[in-house]
Write a protein that binds this ligand. Structure first.
Ligand code: SF4
Ligand code: SF4
Length: 712
């Protein structure tokens, strides 16, 4: 009775809401784009309705309409059927869920039952899943759904179907055609690849506001993607601008559709990183912020670019007839006393190259923004920013156009030797397979293309995660380009530097003289006589994992000696020697057991069972977790509360928790979705503690059942 009444109440509330706000909603909303008598309908709900609408609008499909569901529960069968045009012969119902073992997903079942109960059994209904695993739902996918529905013969229709994932296990996927540009040429689409905390996102928000306010008719849209690693992780900004109308497009910019792509971090274009040009359209503009732009000789500059940029990207730039620009924004900012502040420079470059609004107007707006944002920091800072802005706009030497050579069209794609460099270091065949088939593609942001069968082949059913995979992720080159260098003669072996390292990237090793001499680069494998009677006759060395260190400087800060026994040096100089020596040191016998582990010094000789976490550079939280694993790791149960510790501790595919080489044991980790788990000692963590005791109590009760019964 109550549910029946709710339908009318909701409908009435929607009418009143429209009266107050001017925004109109209905329990079911119907839109058609060509004929008033469409043949097929797509039924869906949530933000996918807008995607379907935009696609059908773009295709000007005479035969199709969309029914958007706003009131799902209680479901009103009568209202739904009244909304469905009489001309409809086929319906596709989209559900963003997967109900294992059911005859269909919830919305599909409701639609089928409604049609059955109202006698519309002549309509063919097919159910499909979309957006699984947080997949973006795009016009390309809607087109695939539509083409499936419009097949000539009903028996050729894929039923049920999945769209957006490559399901090569149950083979239900619809194949996707080429990406569909649902915008006219007046709409400018741009993507910006930034580095967490480099100011790219903030600058883009500023640009969006500026352009949106430029004149009344201008339409803007922005969407920002962030790496779970936040500071020092990647960011991608998707911006759209239209000179008039509105932009209603709740999906990311698709492959090959961006007019302008900017990469603000030169490490991203290397072979083992991201395909930053994948969004770039034919004859689009690609901008790279790189120190190579400071090389004066064009031939040397080109040579340096070819050495830095992945062959795959070079080839794509050539094949797409792109315009390619470079600038050394870092040096420019440093020259004007604004070291590290590249965001404003890159924003000016965007206005120069994209022509979204006239450059003179953009400069005037930017200068006003500088005065507003930096006015409180004094006239000097304002003037520096304005002079820098004028230089970027007027000095032709700052922004360099790269003539793309013809030979790039035929360049050999990929550099597998470099891409797979760390894969070669993996001994365990199971882990190697996981990293090659799943871990690396996900890290390169190509996880959407992984077929379902790969998860089966790697035994990842049920959310299984292989321990210790963070060590294959490698953050190199780190944002600072610096790495600590050890000065053994100043070192007192206190291990305080090791204690504070958030990533377990600097470690002390106790070695024999022969072991030190056998290191791959013995001259760089410096040792001193180990202090303490427990290490009599042994040598002490500090080694740094050059591929995992984030260059945060925390270890240097922590070193109590004067002069310091650690100084930051150039990463590039230590890359090869550091990597090989580190790999060698970690394979030597562990000697932590030779010293009492309950002191700062002693604890740091124990191998951490939480390493190379995805925490921000310089994190103050992870050293404590690392310490816990050094003291209790092999018998530790972690009841994690959602927050930072989930991001650096459990972001697929990077798992920093690992196991002891000698016993194979390590921390057990589980996560509660609620943030107050650890803080308030609620049911989750409490049960984690009580569970073993409950087992013990039941065990004792059953063992002594006779005694218990007699007592009762
Ligand atoms: S610079 Fe930071 S990440 Fe690198 S070893 Fe030192 S503390 Fe660890
Ligand atoms: S903190 Fe300084 S003195 Fe102590 S172990 Fe590290 S480098 Fe040596």
């Amino acid at each position: 009775m109550y549910y029946n009444a709710v339908e009318n109440v909701v409908e009435q509330a929607m009418i009143e809401f429209e009266y107050v706000t001017g925004r109109s909603y209905k329990p079911f909303e119907y839109r058609y784009f060509g004929s008033t008598e469409p043949r097929v309908a797509i039924v869906t709900m949530g933000s996918s309705v807008k995607v379907v609408e935009a696609t059908l609008d773009c295709l000007q499909s005479e035969q199709a309409c969309v029914i958007g569901v706003r009131m799902f529960r209680p479901w009103s069968a009568q209202r739904f059927c009244n909304m469905l045009p009489k001309s409809i012969q086929r319906v596709a119902v989209l559900d963003r869920t997967r109900e294992g073992g059911s005859q269909g997903e919830p919305l599909y079942l409701d639609v089928c039952t409604s049609l059955l109960n109202t006698g519309r059994t002549d309509i063919f209904v097919v159910g499909g899943r979309y957006g699984l695993g947080s997949k973006d739902f795009t016009p390309r996918m809607v087109n695939a759904v539509l083409q499936n529905l419009l097949r000539k013969d009903v028996k050729d229709i894929q039923k049920p179907f999945t769209v957006g994932i490559t399901d090569d296990v149950t083979n239900l996927s619809l194949s996707l055609g080429r990406s569909l540009n649902s915008f006219n040429d007046a709409v400018t689409q741009c993507t910006f690849w930034g580095f967490g905390s480099d100011g790219t996102i903030g600058a883009n928000k500023e640009a969006i506001k500026m352009i949106g306010n430029y004149h009344d008719k201008m339409a803007v849209q922005a969407y920002f993607e962030y790496d779970a690693k936040k500071s020092s992780g990647w960011t991608i900004s998707h911006l759209r601008f239209a000179p008039s109308g509105t932009i209603s497009a709740p999906w990311r910019i698709e492959e090959g559709q961006a007019n302008y792509v900017a990469c603000h971090n030169e490490s991203y274009v290397q072979a083992h990183k991201f395909d930053v040009t994948r969004h770039l359209k034919r004859r689009g503009t690609f901008f790279l912020n790189t120190s190579i732009a400071s090389i004066a000789d064009p031939a040397q500059r080109l040579e340096a670019l070819e050495a830095l940029v992945s062959p795959k990207i070079l080839r794509k730039l050539a094949l797409r007839n792109a315009k390619f620009y470079i600038m050394d924004a870092g040096s420019l900012a440093t020259r004007f006393g604004l070291a590290g502040r590249i965001n404003m420079i890159c924003m000016v470059v965007f206005f120069r190259l994209s022509s979204v609004i006239p450059l003179d107007d953009a400069v005037a707006l930017l200068k006003a923004a500088i005065r507003k944002n930096y006015g409180h920091k004094g006239e000097d800072v304002v003037n520096k920013n304005i002079t820098l802005l004028d230089t970027v706009v007027n000095d032709p030497k700052t922004l360099i156009e790269v003539e793309i050579p013809q030979k790039w069209r035929n360049i050999v794609e990929g550099d597998k030797a470099y891409e797979n460099r760390h894969i070669a270091l993996i001994d365990d065949e199971k882990v190697r397979k996981f990293m090659q088939e799943i871990g690396d593609p996900v890290t390169r942001l190509e996880g959407d293309d992984i077929p379902v069968s790969k998860f089966l082949a790697n035994n990842l059913l049920g959310g299984v995660m292989i321990p210790g995979t963070s060590k294959y992720e490698k953050r190199c080159p780190n944002p600072s380009g610096k790495i600590p260098e050890w000065e053994p003669n100043n070192c007192t072996q206190c291990n305080q530097c090791v204690f504070v390292c958030p990533h377990a990237a600097i470690r002390p090793f106790v070695v024999t003289k022969d072991e030190a001499a056998a290191a791959p680069f013995p001259a760089k494998f410096e040792t001193v006589k180990a202090t303490g009677t427990e290490f009599a006759g042994k040598r002490y060395t500090l080694q740094i994992s050059v591929l995992d260190c984030t260059g945060c400087n925390a270890c240097v800060e922590a070193c109590p000696e004067a002069p310091k026994a650690l100084v930051m040096g150039e990463l590039e100089k230590s890359l090869e020697t550091g990597e090989k020596n580190w790999d060698y040191a970690t394979k030597l016998p562990e000697r932590g057991h030779m010293i009492e582990k309950t002191s700062v010094r002693g604890s740091q000789f124990q191998t951490p069972l939480m390493e190379f976490s995805g925490a921000c550079s310089g994190c103050g939280e992870t050293p404590y977790f690392k310490l816990l694993t050094q003291l209790f790791g092999e018998r530790m149960v972690i009841a994690n509360a959602t927050g930072c510790s989930t991001i650096w501790g459990g972001s697929f595919p990077s798992n920093p928790y690992t196991t002891s080489k000698t016993t194979g044991r390590g921390p057990a980790w589980a996560n509660s979705l609620f943030e107050d788990n650890a803080g308030t000692f609620d049911e989750y963590s409490l049960l984690c503690i009580l569970y073993p005791f409950a087992h013990l109590i039941f065990f004792l009760l059953f063992q002594n059942l006779g005694l218990v019964c007699s007592l009762l």
